[in-house]
Design a binder for this molecule. Sequence first.
Ligand SMILES: NC(=O)c1ccc[n+]([C@@H]2O[C@H](COP(=O)([O-])OP(=O)(O)OC[C@H]3O[C@@H](n4cnc5c(N)ncnc54)[C@H](O)[C@@H]3O)[C@@H](O)[C@H]2O)c1
Length: 347
Amino acid sequence: MKDSSTFEFSIGAFRTTVTFSEDFPSIPDDPVLVVQDEHTAVLFPYPETQRVIIPSGEEGKNWHSIEKILGRALARGLERRSLFVGIGGGVVCDVTAFAASLYMRGARLHLVPTTLLAMVDASFGGKTAINFQGWKNMVGTFYPAEQIWIHPKVLKTLPERELRSGMAEVIKSAMLMDAELFQLLEGIAEQGGSLKNLSLGTYETLIRRSLLVKAFYVTKDLREQELRAHLNLGHTFGHGLESATHFQRYTHGEAVAWGLYRAMDAGLSLRVTEPAYGKRVQALLTKFGYAERVSGVRTEEILNAMQQDKKKRGTLRFLLQRTLGDTVLTTLDPDLVKQVIERGLEP
Ligand SMILES: NC(=O)c1ccc[n+]([C@@H]2O[C@H](COP(=O)([O-])OP(=O)(O)OC[C@H]3O[C@@H](n4cnc5c(N)ncnc54)[C@H](O)[C@@H]3O)[C@@H](O)[C@H]2O)c1
């Protein structure tokens, strides 16, 4: 990577600085509370007195973690202007940000995302959350970090499957509004091979361009009144699959990629999506190794999970695309939804 570069964004009443850094960021001295999960605690050691460790994965995304973080902050005498630093994937970012937003009505917040998914999506944009009573991301706040450090070298230890999970969000970002990024992804897919072999420079470009796409939406619509919903391209079907399989069988990105196939299928069926574009997206997803058809789950289970989502969101809306950069938020006929899901399952 070349020189470190910095971007500043206004998100609602907040300002977020994103810095790409060649070195692991140095965490300011006390008063500070570092939050990590069991894996990032081992990878990036900090003095025990300064940190809290939460369980890895969705298991750590609950009230217990929040209580633990707030309790430690209080015990260490952190004040309102003290700093919380989350070092980890999307789970650590969501949980640290939620705890920081609550502590004395809002402590300072820095995030060091260490998964590709957290770099391109979860750390940026201000959504914080924990899972509650079986509902994913049901309780949370809007609280953008004041500083996000992107240090792509940390991706070196990330398993291939987690890299592929983050790559689905990169593909989604390209589809929303970045034709050059889409072409770059097609070039990468064409070469084949492991995502672990991509250069740090390539990762930096993928991350930077994805963040700029997300910034376009969140700087205009922090609280997801309308425009920000476009970031959910592929997510209505994807959440249905994730939820029907209890967030255990598929990573977030694998489910989103399946949702992108489904969104293309629905758009092609309705003649909304340009056939050449729909096929291009499907070919890209396939070359990256995402499953177009999944097994071990029934249409009804996915439909039920989507109905649960409907309870949470009011109406069940879907994002279709006419072509790259031309996205439509719409409702769909329930029969079509069923057929589209069925076509995404192994017979
Ligand atoms: N707030 C938002 O806008 C937003 C957006 C997208 C996703 N999310 C949330 O993000 C979460 C998913 O994030 P995720 O995919 O990063 O999952 P994750 O945080 O569970 O991380 C995946 C795994 O990678 C490990 N890990 C982290 N960094 C590593 C590294 N450098 N090397 C090796 N292992 C490492 C973690 O310990 C974990 O086991 C979900 O809970 C989702 O709801 C939030």
